[in-house]
Design a protein around this ligand. Structure first.
Ligand code: ADP
Ligand code: MG
Length: 333
């Protein structure tokens, strides 16, 4: 945002001033106006341009502010969602989706269409399938960001509507496909209110291979990022979001296409670090590329809002043509 403002606002101001100087200079030299007239008009025009530029800056500030307000409204909506009063006990053992129907609009087509899925906790689970098959929607309904129309979602046999919202949120951390980075320091963006030691933050940063963002900065973790500071690439935003979710050490971690914007080597390295760190805990990885999730305990293949096949990589390779085709296509690509 700040770059756009500099490019459009400042350059427009300077270009107009230069045109004014050249044209005014020409009129003065050719005796069509006096120097006095020129100075008065030039000063007036400069003030006018400065005010116009301030208005432009204010309008971009407002737009920028509204993005954060919108995000906070989503969190507020979540807080106000009907909360149950059962607190989850750790360790969580099972997550179940039973005949779940979900759609975004009351008249629209079902995005999750009789979804059935059992997840044994403590495992690495991968959700794969073509874009639009409903993978992210599963993450949204499990975290109660969206509400299902019918069917049940149970955690250790407790319907999620009966679970206390704070308890649910404390037990599930998600790095979403489209992470929101606040115009704050790297550290604030990772911690988001959690209380963790400096050492823990540093270790998390190493695990998500984001040292590149920090090493070059003199202010280290205090460096501002987001629209007012360093503009982050898609991959950097994702890595920051993984750090934010990972540091919480939640019972359940969901990574929604979080490493898809990274190069293969970095993606593999981060996945390996997460695998080692989260051993024995539940990690649900939504993946586009299959190569990094082949070692999952269970791979669920989604199609049109349903799980159409599940098993280990070897099982799916031998029993499920569509999975084999996708793997082969990836190898060729
Ligand atoms: N906020 C939304 N409003 C309306 N439709 C949506 C929304 N988010 C996703 N969809 C639609 O729901 C379907 C499933 O989307 P999604 O769960 O994001 O799939 P995936 O993560 O597998 O790509 C798609 O057809 C998508 O267009
Ligand atoms: Mg998605």
């Amino acid at each position: 945002m700040i770059n756009k403002r500099n490019i459009y606002g400042e350059s427009l101001k300077w270009r107009t001033q230069i045109i004014f100087l050249i044209y005014g200079g020409y009129l003065t030299i050719s005796n069509q106006i006096t120097i006095g007239d020129f100075v008065v008009v030039y000063q007036f025009a400069s003030r006018f341009l400065a005010v116009t530029n301030d208005c432009y800056t204010l309008s971009t500030d407002l737009v920028e502010g509204m993005v954060h307000v919108e995000r906070l409204r989503t969190i507020d909506k979540y807080q106000k969602e009907q909360s149950g009063n059962i607190m989850l006990l750790n360790p969580i053992k099972k997550i179940q989706f039973k005949n779940v129907f979900f759609r975004y609009h009351p008249q629209g087509a079902f995005v999750l269409d009789d979804l059935n899925l059992d997840i044994d906790a403590g495992k690495k689970i991968a959700l794969v399938g073509r874009s639009g098959s409903g993978k992210s929607s599963i993450a949204k309904i499990l975290t109660k960001l969206e509400t299902v129309e019918s069917g049940q979602i149970l955690i250790d046999q407790i319907p999620i509507n009966n679970i206390n919202n704070n308890s649910l949120r404390n037990n599930i951390a998600i790095a979403s496909q489209d992470p929101h980075i606040f115009p704050e320091s790297i550290k604030t963006n990772i911690l988001m209110g959690a209380s963790k030691t400096e050492e823990k933050v540093q270790k998390t940063i190493q695990r998500v291979c984001i040292s590149d963002l920090i090493d070059n900065q003199s202010q280290g973790l205090e460096k501002l990022v987001g629209d007012r500071g360093v503009t982050l690439s898609g991959g950097q935003k994702h890595r920051l979001a993984i750090a934010r979710a990972l540091i919480r050490d939640s019972e359940i971690l969901i990574l929604d296409e979080s490493t898809s914007a990274l190069d293969f080597e970095t993606e593999r390295k981060i996945q390996m670090n997460i695998d080692n760190y989260r051993k024995g805990k539940t990690t649900i990885i939504i993946a586009h590329r299959l190569s990094t999730v082949m070692n999952s305990d269970m791979i669920c293949f989604m199609k049109n809002g349903r799980i159409v096949a599940s098993g280990t990589h070897d099982e799916l390779m031998s029993d499920f043509n569509e999975y084999r085709e996708l793997v082969e296509k990836e190898i060729i690509d």
